[in-house]
Design a protein around this ligand. Structure first.
Ligand code: AMP
Length: 215
């Protein structure tokens, strides 16, 4: 099952992808996570990406495509993946098709998590991320059992540097500029399903699992 999760920042792509990865036994590939790891490790890619990410802008296509192509060389994707954060533009959607077709693979399902601006701003304003396993929490909607610590691995939680209000608004603006052409592209393939991501995470998860089961 080669599945892509589309949707604005804060729609719950990361949360859903992590749960789906466990349920469907597939790797979760998040371009944002790979980029943040590069920033943390101080790689050349990380150095090029950091300033761009802090401004809420998109890292240049060729850098992200190369990074993804390398990630897809890992044999753990032989039965599928849950892709989160890519594609973000029509050009990236076409690149993804190309990279996959070069490897003899194609997408099975594209799920669009549609969310209102208000939900997004509330979610991202209170989001907490685990510094070790990347699990997401929320100060009020999904608080950790012990303040400041991850329920799954007990590592410290932190707030992403791009989850401040100014950068969130910029990320939303960038997202809205690109999303229509992306949706149009996938609608034509017949693989696109749209879900209301303002609903609770468990409801959305079971809807995605139903869609995946039908593929
Ligand atoms: P995310 O974790 O998906 O919210 O991504 C965080 C940031 O990483 C984005 O705001 C971008 O700066 C960068 N990024 C992640 N995925 C992509 C992508 N597919 N294309 C360009 N930039 C990306």
């Amino acid at each position: 099952m080669y599945l892509v999760l589309l949707g604005p920042p804060g729609a719950g792509k990361g949360t859903q992808a992590k749960k789906l990865a466990v349920t469907l036994n597939l790797p979760h590939i998040s371009t944002g996570d790979i980029l943040r790891q590069n920033v943390k490790d101080g790689t050349d890619l990380g150095k090029q990406a950091k300033g761009i990410m802090d401004k809420g802008l998109l890292v240049p296509d060729e850098l992200v495509a190369k990074m993804l192509d390398e990630r897809f060389n890992n044999p753990d994707i032989s039965n599928g993946f849950i892709l989160d954060g890519y594609p973000r533009t029509l050009a990236q959607a076409k690149t993804l098709d190309q990279i996959l077709s070069n490897k003899g693979k194609k997408l099975d399902l594209v799920v669009y998590l549609n969310s209102s601006d208000q939900t997004i701003i509330n979610r991202l304003g209170g989001r907490l991320v685990c510094s070790k396993c990347g699990s997401n929490f929320h100060v009020t909607n999904m608080p950790p059992k012990v303040k400041g610590l991850c329920d799954n691995c007990q590592a410290a939680l932190y707030q992403r540097s791009d989850d401040n209000e100014t950068t969130v608004r910029k990320r939303l603006e960038v997202y809205k500029k690109e999303v229509a052409s992306l949706i149009e592209y996938y609608a034509k393939t017949g693989k696109l399903h749209s879900l209301n991501a303002d609903l609770g995470a468990e409801v959305v998860l079971s809807q995605i699992i139903d869609l995946a089961g039908g593929k």
